[in-house]
Design a protein around this ligand. Sequence first.
Ligand SMILES: Cc1cc2nc3c(=O)[nH]c(=O)nc-3n(C[C@H](O)[C@H](O)[C@H](O)COP(=O)(O)OP(=O)(O)OC[C@H]3O[C@@H](n4cnc5c(N)ncnc54)[C@H](O)[C@@H]3O)c2cc1C
Length: 239
Amino acid sequence: MESHRSFTTICLRKTLIAPSVYELRFEKPAGFLFKPGQFVLFDVPLPEDANDVQPRAYSIASAPSEPDLLFVIKLVPNGRASRWIEKTLNRGTSIRIQGPFGAFTLDTETPEPYFFLATGTGIAPLRSQILWALKEYGDTRSMHLLFGVLKREDLFWEDEWKRLEQEHPNFHAHVSFLSGDRDWHGEGGSLQERLPRIVQVVPSSRVYICGAPVTVTELKEECLILGIPKVDIHSESYV
Ligand SMILES: Cc1cc2nc3c(=O)[nH]c(=O)nc-3n(C[C@H](O)[C@H](O)[C@H](O)COP(=O)(O)OP(=O)(O)OC[C@H]3O[C@@H](n4cnc5c(N)ncnc54)[C@H](O)[C@@H]3O)c2cc1C
């Protein structure tokens, strides 16, 4: 059985970083320990009735050594948590979280390259994993991130990906815009088009995929077709 606890935390910052996408920063509660890739459950009250509470899962986007807990959340129409985040949650709001949970964590035992694949806010656990591997674990293996968003305005954390590339020659970020735009390397194409090219570069790799369930299933199937063994493909779906 996983050991997890319930914690109270305070919202430090709420920032709209892309259309319908909020970056939320919370105080890290004393004694809260987690592995990169794990998630927590937020206790989400109904905006109309604070006593009506339900849990919602959110991946931790910060690395364990960062001072705060970072989340990136996409609002969905009429969603409970979405309405709460938009209307009620603000800087200074106190909330309850439970966790951490999950086994979507990095395999550091083997030396194969890491290949990270995300769509939208599926980038959250991958940011934690990438920062931890590069900055805390000091991993020098080759790492490729393929991040898919609809169009340029949906991209976030671009400066951070560029900075990580400059600081860590073993890290490579590729962004795919469904709109057909090119990323800062001048590379274009959909996720499905880019995937084989990157797999050619890193044929034997540990793959970590996160995002909406349909996309995760499609990307897993693509990776299998491209010859990556099932055992090396790890995924988390935002069901
Ligand atoms: C492990 C895990 C990690 C996750 N991490 C993240 C993350 O980091 N970032 C992120 O953005 N998301 C994440 N998610 C998804 C997140 O948990 C929520 O599912 C998402 O935020 C929507 O929650 P909500 O309460 O706003 O919507 P919900 O209230 O759950 O509703 C979801 C959808 O269903 C519709 N709906 C609700 N009730 C009904 C009904 N009665 N009839 C018809 N339709 C209905 C709503 O209109 C809405 O479109 C994660 C999920 C999992 C499982």
